[in-house]
Design a binder for this molecule. Structure first.
Ligand code: NAP
Length: 438
């Protein structure tokens, strides 16, 4: 019988769990170690999906089953790159699957981006989701106007969280510090700016319609910015989706400024040119745009929006990993259908860039499990888990097992108030103390 294949998955988010799931379902004789830099598993499900979108987070139940499968083991609080190098992993494991996503922001590349009050979406979303790296960014929300640049679902999430009230967030897992900061803020207007038109926006319709169901805020759009129809499109699914958003925008266009105390202003056909301010953001300069033959063109017509915060929400990007080939233009690992080099594979946003929903990661895992079953048809030979534990212990790394995570999970759930599902622990040290308390 062939030797079991030793596999390490770097990044215990959705892509990593789907890869483990595919290997299990394929009945490949292997041991799978899921490693994450945080003590907590689930990646973007925990720290990217909006706190008021608890239904989306239910996939965690399925991921927990995978983590509890006897061939899997979770190692939290281990940073591949800082604590352990890829070279060290290569010596220990037959297979390395990279699945650590895209955790930093694409830049706008305009002057003023370094001013105080310009906060990238990865940081801002991390802040209201209690990601330990971002809990201390303390955004100054003492301004009336916030500008969110970008027309994707992350921009919508941010705008919605900024205008929802405490009651609307009651069944969410937003940390109290963020809820309080938003509640006590002066924010009355969130401006979501798109460089193209409403039909080019990447909002999904369910998310867009939610913006019409807010208790304290109304969504506005200038009817003159909405083209009369979505035009001829060959792809009938795409056409249907665009028509749904078209209809929703038409509804928003009937709303009035005075309908609510707060507003989400959708503004299209404008690209950011410069963020203005001396130390802090004071305004953003925008240039009106037009689409000519599908290409974005400038008009040399400018306007300014006064604001205290600018949140560029123009997509995430992955960070290069030492010793692995990186495509700096597309911000992904150079790969051929998920294969990086001998024994190294990649899945998720690190493979194909930051797009799609959680389940979009599933086929990446299936593909890589197919590769592994072919490439390792004679089984593996490297020591794997025991050697990895030896290495971690020799480096005094306080790694977190899945049982340890369950203690953290239990502590979070038991300290939740009212109908909230949990109160997230914000500091890694506190998580480690709970994990090591028994
Ligand atoms: P996204 O969907 O790729 O949207 C990025 C937006 O930024 C686009 O509107 C893009 O416009 C704009 N943009 C890019 N560069 C720009 C620039 N220099 N100036 C102005 N605008 C610029 O990215 P995302 O919102 O970060 O979302 C990432 C993925 O996560 C998406 O697949 C999204 O659907 C998913 N997600 C899903 C949910 C959900 O299902 N509820 C929630 C959050 C995120 P152009 O189109 O003109 O390039």
């Amino acid at each position: 019988m062939a030797n079991s294949i030793s596999i390490v998955v770097v990044g215990a988010g959705p892509a990593g769990f789907y890869a483990a799931d595919a290997l299990i379902k394929k009945k490949i004789a292997c041991k799978i170690d899921l490693v994450d830099e945080l003590p907590t598993p689930y990646g973007l499900i925990r720290s990217g999906v909006a706190p008021d979108h608890q239904t989306t987070k239910k996939i965690i139940k399925a991921f927990e089953k995978i983590a509890l499968n006897p061939i899997c083991r979770f190692f939290g609080n281990v940073n591949i790159g800082n604590d352990v190098s890829i070279e060290e992993l290569k010596n220990i494991y037959d297979v390395i699957i990279i699945s650590n996503g895209a955790n930093s922001d694409k830049k706008l590349g305009i002057p003023g981006e370094d001013l105080e009050g310009v906060i990238g979406s990865a940081s801002f979303v991390g802040w209201y989701n209690a990601h330990p790296k971002f809990v201390n960014i303390n955004p100054d929300l003492s301004c009336k106007n916030v500008v969110v640049v970008g027309n994707g679902n992350v921009a919508i999430d941010i705008a919605r969280v900024l205008v929802k009230n405490r009651d609307e967030m009651a069944s969410s897992d937003i940390p109290e510090y963020a809820l309080k900061a938003i509640e006590n803020s002066m924010i009355s207007d969130v401006h979501i700016l798109g460089r193209r038109g409403p039909h080019e926006a990447k909002f999904t319709n369910v998310e867009l319609r939610e913006m019409g169901e807010l208790q304290d805020a109304v969504s506005l759009v200038d009817p003159n910015q909405i083209p009369k129809d979505v035009g001829c499109l060959e792809d009938s699914r795409e056409k249907r989706l665009k028509e749904k958003n078209h209809k929703t925008f038409l509804e928003f266009s009937k709303n009035k400024y005075q309908d609510a105390d707060k507003r989400v202003n959708f503004q299209f056909w404008a690209k950011p040119v410069k963020i203005i301010g001396t130390k802090r953001v004071e305004s953003i300069l925008m240039e009106k745009t037009v689409l000519i033959d599908g290409n974005l063109s400038s008009t040399e017509e400018f306007f300014e929006i006064k604001c205290g915060i600018v949140i560029p929400s123009v997509g995430y990007k992955s960070t290069p990993i030492d010793d692995l080939p990186f495509d700096h233009k597309n911000n992904i690992l150079i790969n051929e259908n998920g294969r990086v080099s001998e024994g190294i594979y990649v899945v998720g946003w690190m493979k194909r860039g930051p797009s799609g929903v959680i389940s979009t990661n599933r086929p990446d895992g299936v593909l890589v499990s197919d590769h592994i079953s072919k490439d390792f048809s004679d089984g593996g030979g490297k020591p794997g888990r025991e050697k990895f534990i030896e290495l971690l212990e020799s480096k005094n790394i306080r790694y977190i097992k899945f049982d340890d995570w369950k203690l953290i999970d239990k502590a979070e759930i038991s300290s939740a108030e009212g109908v909230a599902p949990r109160r997230k622990i914000e500091k890694i040290e506190e998580m480690l103390n709970i994990a090591y308390s028994e």
